[in-house]
Design a protein around this ligand. Sequence first.
Ligand SMILES: NC(=O)c1ccc[n+]([C@@H]2O[C@H](COP(=O)([O-])OP(=O)(O)OC[C@H]3O[C@@H](n4cnc5c(N)ncnc54)[C@H](O)[C@@H]3O)[C@@H](O)[C@H]2O)c1
Length: 358
Amino acid sequence: MTKQYRVALIPGDGIGPEVVAEGVKVLKEIEKVDSTVSFSFTEFPWGCEYYLENGKMMDDNALEQLKDYDAIYLGAVGYPGVPDHISLRDLLIKIRKGFDQYVNLRPVTLLHPELTPLKSKAEKDIDMLVIRENSEGEYAGAGEWLFKDKPEEVVLQTGVFSRKGTERIIRHAYEEARKTNRTLTSISKGNALNYSMVFWDQIFEEVGKEYPDVQTYSYLVDAASLYFVSQPERFEVVVTSNLFGDIVTDIGAAITGGLGLATGANINPEKKYPSMFEPVHGSAPDIAGKGVANPIAAIWSVSQMLDFFEMEEWGEAVLTTIKKIIKEGTYLTPDLGGNASTEELGNRFVELLLLENS
Ligand SMILES: NC(=O)c1ccc[n+]([C@@H]2O[C@H](COP(=O)([O-])OP(=O)(O)OC[C@H]3O[C@@H](n4cnc5c(N)ncnc54)[C@H](O)[C@@H]3O)[C@@H](O)[C@H]2O)c1
């Protein structure tokens, strides 16, 4: 029997459409050789161009339009001319929050030794999964702007850490560590953030009582940032807040080959709503339209999507092919020192994938 998956595409702005096209190519090739699966795609034109024409980043009933898809595949949003807080909050964060995609899975994995700028670190040293809280925390959007443009102007940006929200992300991370027999590290900042992060640390300990078999560590975010660079081998599964997760995974990208290789899945584990798969990078206006964007991060998102669809063999095959194309070294984009175009890399990718898997 053929399993059918409906995928909503939001290619977005800048290099978003360029890299999403290559990810879709991979899914289309898979359905050609695997008769047990088929994908259908519906493209939505939302993003900054849409904003400039319509005064909004997406339709008012966007969530209603998206809610019955099995997954959302997003490129990137944001472009000069539209304030970043509008493009981010009115599209990405609206979807993440509206669909309760409270788990952000960001693997930080070195795929080839030459990709890291760290001396003497090999693949075995950099292989972690960062689980970032994705629905509240510092990005909850709570606050106030008082006395705007007056000398007494004050802005308040409030972090929101609910018991439900904190417990569920921490429990998800413990489950992942237990399932994969890895250590779990919590990253927080209890010494300075005397409400939110003291609470976070308390919940980490409380929930941990149910997982005596999981070896845990707890670091302040400043020390953790240092260790990401100096001793990344300390980390296996990591759980952290929305803001800290955003920042440390950029460090993760820097030590594993750059933003062109960093992926992230926004998951609603209960599958009540669709989950969303996207590269970590933005719309890269500096290279948009030149056909040189690296599509590997977006292709890795496809691997995460296949895992989520419980097609782990294909998910693994896509990841293995990413390693192969990097090792082969002849079809890489300029950010990785090559001179291939986005499309050439994508074409070679499907060739290599099918060579082993058809
Ligand atoms: N998830 C998202 O949609 C998302 C994430 C980050 C930034 N943004 C938005 O994107 C816009 C640009 O932001 P930015 O410049 O800070 O970050 P960016 O990630 O777009 O670019 C940072 C640098 O990395 C390079 N880069 C990024 N992705 C690449 C790829 N696939 N291949 C090769 N090089 C790549 C860019 O050329 C640039 O030099 C802003 O409007 C920002 O708000 C969106």
